[in-house]
Design a protein around this ligand. Sequence first.
Ligand code: ADP
Ligand code: MG
Length: 371
Amino acid sequence: MTIKSNAPGRINLIGEHTDYNQGWVLPVAIDLSLSVNLTLRPGRICVATASGFPVSQTFSIDNLQPVQGKPLWIDYLKAVCWALEKNGFWLSGANILINSEIPIGAGLSSSAALELAFAGALNEALNLSIDPQRLALICQQAENEYVGVRCGIMDQFAIALGRADQALLLDCLSLSYTFIPFKLNHATLLIADSKVKRILGASDYNRRRTECEDAVELIGNYLGRKFLSLREISLEDIIKVKDYLPKLLYQRSRYVVEENARVLAAAVALKENDLVSFGYLLKRSHAGLRDLYDVSCPELDLIVDTVAADQEVFGARMTGAGFGGCAIILLQQAAVDRIKAGIDQAFTMHGWACPGYHLTTAAGGLTVESD
Ligand code: ADP
Ligand code: MG
């Protein structure tokens, strides 16, 4: 029996770096996906081939040890096996074939798509009966504890639960979620891939997490209260302690608290089909990520700046962890070619390679079938 699973990439409409601060996020699954074809094999050996990577890899599910240095692609599969077994599921070996349309390292979450597609295939092949939400949590644990990237829960949730024409409003504290209609009529969502690879991304990402934890502790000390995360802290509280906080921590915490408010406002705007307000929030989000959270880069800023004042653009922002990767632009369908040409011209003037583009819609999440 062959299992075929398909996991989409995702973009986050708004709510960046809020997931690990136990706030809100608003992602959609996109129409680029990664597929895994899996057959079980006797014993505890997995043999995996990924198109785009020259050499097949073999590993034993026994004695898996979390990655110390830079992860290799096969480590994501090992991580899933390790996390499933840590959660009490007994696995057997498998032959695995991976094909993908999701650009790697572009902030569209190819890593979580790989984890979910593989975990979903094992779930089906071995009748593990894990529901999508738990599967997402196990994959997050795999990436956090085995691969060594302290990602929040957004990517795995968006990919496991995504629905066509809907955005997922997820409360990362309670893990409760609702779907918000995301049908754009004459508007569309353009992904512009800056093609800047996040070389320092993982360490910077982990540093932002530590900065947020430090800010929570310091703010709590100054206010004489115990907070568990920035989610519990108001803008008023942050302004109260501004003079006591190191400037950097003030900026980081202010961004997160404001971004949380923007996510909730954005969900309301979408429900009311108010793309003008929604677009304004995208712009404010980008400004915060650039000026306060310091995770943008010149290429992403150029994309956003080039389209900022355009009459046919509702809004634009970097999406994903930052330090490179993609921007999203919400614009009128009729303006797509003109906007792309304008960005290309701006990049050419800087002597930079032009971005890659992809028009997307909100697509469905993980699917698994067997024959
Ligand atoms: P992102 O998730 O933003 O695409 P990451 O750096 O988090 O970027 O994850 C990318 C890593 O995931 C790759 O370096 C590779 O190890 C693994 N990966 C993603 N897609 C594939 C694929 N199609 N085949 C094999 N490995 C993949
Ligand atoms: Mg990733």
